[in-house]
Design a binder for this molecule. Sequence first.
Ligand SMILES: *[C@@H]1O[C@H](CO)[C@@H](O)[C@H](O)[C@H]1NC(C)=O
Ligand SMILES: *[C@@H]1O[C@H](CO)[C@@H](O)[C@H](O)[C@H]1NC(C)=O
Ligand SMILES: *[C@@H]1O[C@H](CO)[C@@H](O)[C@H](O)[C@H]1NC(C)=O
Length: 193
Amino acid sequence: MIFLGVILLLWVCSIRAAGARPPSYAAWAADSAIARGQGNGLDSNGQPTVSYEHGEFQWALRLLYERTGNKTYYDYIQKGVDNVLLPNGTVGGGYSLILSESDPVFLYLYTTTKEIKYKTAADEFRAQLDIHSRTAQGQFWHKIQYPNQGWLDGIYMGEVFYAAYTQMFQSHNQSAWVHVDVQQHNPNVCYYK
Ligand SMILES: *[C@@H]1O[C@H](CO)[C@@H](O)[C@H](O)[C@H]1NC(C)=O
Ligand SMILES: *[C@@H]1O[C@H](CO)[C@@H](O)[C@H](O)[C@H]1NC(C)=O
Ligand SMILES: *[C@@H]1O[C@H](CO)[C@@H](O)[C@H](O)[C@H]1NC(C)=O
């Protein structure tokens, strides 16, 4: 009898645990990060911050939104980006010549909303690429404080945006395409498969 009772208890507990589970590990992880306010465009003092960690999280939420259709994730991306933008699209957060992953999110929100402030923000980051320091071979320095260093993660931080922006707004700009290509195919700067 006691044995049966234990079995029954375990069975009830397992049903309750299963019922509490989010639909996937991805949703579970995202919900957990959202509940802590991570990746929302604000630093720990509540000030706007342009940071690649936030951009990366927003990119992941985009994939989750596309997979689940759950607008909670889309809304969180938009809220996070709006936290770093002034209403006219000027980017806040005291950024200065950094390659970040926030910039592709500007393009994503411009595509989905057609709100001009997201294009203004993308334009601002695109203009920054023209003056971002680069090696003699043309690769962007990873950061201003790392002279002549090209890092692999700089490729997806800067180049994804560079290519996406060029495709959306300047698809005939050959010098931009050549420069995009230099970021990954110049054997002197970095090589990966
Ligand atoms: C969307 O996700 C949120 C957060 O996990 C959840 O609370 C909500 O129930 C989901 N909405 C739908 C329609 O599945
Ligand atoms: C946007 O607004 C801010 C604050 O009012 C201002 O400093 C900035 O020049 C404006 N940007 C543009 C592009 O008008
Ligand atoms: C084309 O791309 C180059 C290289 O990024 C840039 O310097 C130039 O301003 C772009 N041309 C136009 C018309 O935007």
